[in-house]
Design a protein around this ligand. Structure first.
Ligand code: ATP
Ligand code: MG
Length: 179
């Protein structure tokens, strides 16, 4: 079904609001509004919330986490990009390949005793994969990280056939409306 990206970002950030507040981190929603993707709203919300959770945990206090969406329509890449950026500790290039593996955690994360199990990103990768999308990461130690989900955009004709113009007969209408 069609999923509102605005809704996904709002609900995901609400779910991490308490953690962010406790650590003095601002959650900011930016980018384009009104974008839509095809898929499962709850699963996509879980994926974004996992990224926001990491962004909050692996940032120093007084940081800022930005959730943003944009439509990409280039020659070689199309879709909707949802990204979560932090100005936290960052990830060394030698570790970036491995962080999506189940149970993998970078050393400082273990030593920080944040209580994680190393499953959050494996779940993100799985959810995005079942949606026909992909997840990429940009990161620099000491500067921060940006995780980006690229998902297929909801086709406009599909969006319309959801309510009126599809092949389904309009059962709900009374006989009078048809006269
Ligand atoms: P869990 O999510 O299961 O509670 P976790 O956060 O350790 O545990 P993942 O979310 O899969 O597991 O992340 C794997 C590792 O990648 C983390 O332990 C951390 O080392 C690193 N990591 C993930 N996100 C970030 C980030 N935004 N900034 C810095 N390091 C990160
Ligand atoms: Mg995590």
């Amino acid at each position: 079904s069609t999923v509102d990206v605005d809704q996904v970002l709002a609900v995901a950030s609400d779910r991490r609001r308490v953690d962010a507040d406790q650590r003095g981190i601002a959650l900011v929603i930016a980018g384009e509004r009104g974008l839509q993707v095809t898929g499962d709203a709850e699963q996509l919300t879980v994926a974004v919330a996992n990224l926001v959770e990491n962004a909050v945990i692996y940032s120093d206090s007084d940081g800022r986490v930005v959730l943003s969406a944009r439509r990409v329509d280039d020659f070689d890449e199309q879709g909707i990009e949802i990204s979560v950026s932090d100005s936290g500790v960052g990830i060394d290039q030698s570790e970036v390949q491995r962080i999506f593996e189940r149970f993998y955690r970078v050393d400082y994360a273990r030593s920080r005793d944040t209580g994680g199990t190393g499953l959050g990103l494996a779940i993100v990768k799985h959810i995005v994969g079942t949606h026909g999308g992909e997840v990429t990461v940009w990161s620099k130690p000491g500067q921060g990280s940006t995780f980006t989900l690229r998902l297929p955009e909801a086709a406009e004709d599909l969006v319309e056939s959801d309510d009126e113009s599809g092949s389904e007969p309009a059962r709900d209408r009374t006989a009078q409306e048809w006269e």
